[in-house]
Design a protein around this ligand. Structure first.
Ligand code: 13P
Ligand code: SF4
Length: 371
């Protein structure tokens, strides 16, 4: 016998299980009606990787930088439903007033990259680095894709947050003050950005939290200008240079556009690199008839390709590269959270404690102030 959804997920709340049985049209009507009923009390934020079914209901869409700016700007609403992943909802909670309640429709929508660095291992690395080169000469920089307590760690230690759209300005800010950067959790964004700034590879080391001294010699660390945490996005690791070669062999006019979470060999071969919002802007401004192969999450590429039929927009990989956790936010979860709000109940609220909020906000506000 085939297992039903409710037997596979025994903890599914009955109301959510009931929404799971509904068709798309019925769900869409319920979501629209609920949004109208909740009016200005509610803002829905949606990341570009969300599926079409969900993103259609977002009041604001964007990359993680733009969505953080929207959260910081939000005035007068009571609830934010964040259609994205956990670290994005945490950031929205940090940047909004305490009376704004931030909701993540499915609490299992995490980010595997964010899980690759935790407070304890970063703290241990910091102590080792302090002993070897002196922490007073290091700025910790965390990618937005990290937990709130790592953002708070950066706030406490004179550090800052960056996103894929401002990593270069943030690193310039950091090197204007100190000689070294500890960059976590995405080694690729750190390496690609430092390389684009002209830093040679022999001034970069990778810190593996499971190895003594991160797997490095003392002299390599002393020589380094950037210490890159050994983390990555499993979705963007699926793009390889051979995909670019294959596209160019088939279509000499194609332009390759990739996200900076891709490995260095892919970024080096690409024509252009950008955050999700940056990718969208390049494609919107591209001339009619131009050809593009895009290396980022599949839902976004498919949506953009559909919305710009005058351009030829392809997905860079022959494989399916989608962010499975982003995809957990679906219409039934959105409908369920709205239904609960209609009944005066907040489910799946994301809250960050006051102390963590204070220091994480310091690091986020430093980022928002960097031009
Ligand atoms: P963006 O900030 O470019 O939207 O990237 C977020 C993300 O998680 C990409 O994997
Ligand atoms: Fe995290 Fe990668 Fe998904 Fe972005 S695409 S949310 S980095 S797992």
């Amino acid at each position: 016998m085939t297992a039903t959804l409710s037997t596979r997920r025994p903890n599914l709340p009955p109301a959510l299980a009931a929404f799971k049985q509904q068709g798309r049209d019925e769900l869409a009507q319920f979501i629209r009606e609920s949004k109208a009923l909740l009016g200005d009390k509610l803002v829905i934020l949606g990341h570009h990787y969300q599926a079409d079914d969900v993103i259609q209901f977002a009041d604001f869409t964007g990359d993680s930088f733009k969505l953080a700016q929207e959260a910081a700007r939000v005035k007068g609403c009571q609830y934010i439903i964040f259609c994205g992943v956990h670290f994005m909802a945490e950031t929205a909670d940090i940047l909004t007033n305490p009376d704004v309640e931030v909701i993540l429709p499915d609490l299992s929508a995490g980010c595997s990259m964010a899980d690759m660095a935790d407070r304890e291992s970063v703290q241990n690395a910091w102590q080792d680095l302090d002993r070897l080169v002196g922490a007073s000469d290091i700025i910790p920089v965390t990618y937005m894709n990290s937990t709130a307590d790592l953002k708070a760690f950066c706030g406490r230690h004179g550090g800052i947050v960056c996103t894929s759209s401002n990593a270069r300005s943030v690193l310039e800010w950091a090197y204007a003050q100190k000689g070294r950067v500890l960059f976590f959790p995405d080694q690729h964004l750190g390496r690609n950005t430092a390389k684009a700034m002209g830093m040679p590879l022999d001034e970069m080391v990778v810190w593996d939290p499971f190895e003594e001294l991160g797997g490095n010699t003392e002299s390599a660390i002393q020589k380094s200008k950037i210490i890159l945490w050994k983390g990555h996005c499993s979705v963007h690791q699926m793009f390889v240079p051979e995909h670019i070669d294959a596209f160019r062999a088939r279509d000499p006019e194609v332009k390759i556009l990739v996200h900076p979470e891709c490995r260095m060999e892919v970024v080096d071969k690409a024509d252009l690199v950008g955050s999700t919002e940056g990718i969208l802007k390049v494609l919107r401004e591209a001339p009619s008839g131009s050809h593009w192969a895009v290396g980022t999450e599949l839902h976004m590429v498919n949506r953009v390709a559909k919305s710009m039929p005058d351009k030829k927009i392809d997905f860079l990989s022959p494989m399916v590269c989608l962010c499975a956790t982003m995809y957990r936010i679906d219409m039934p979860h959105l409908a369920w959270t709205l239904d609960e709000l209609r009944q005066g109940r907040v489910v799946n609220r994301i809250t960050v404690d006051a102390e963590t909020t204070h220091w994480a906000r310091v690091a986020l506000e430093r980022m928002l102030a960097v031009k």
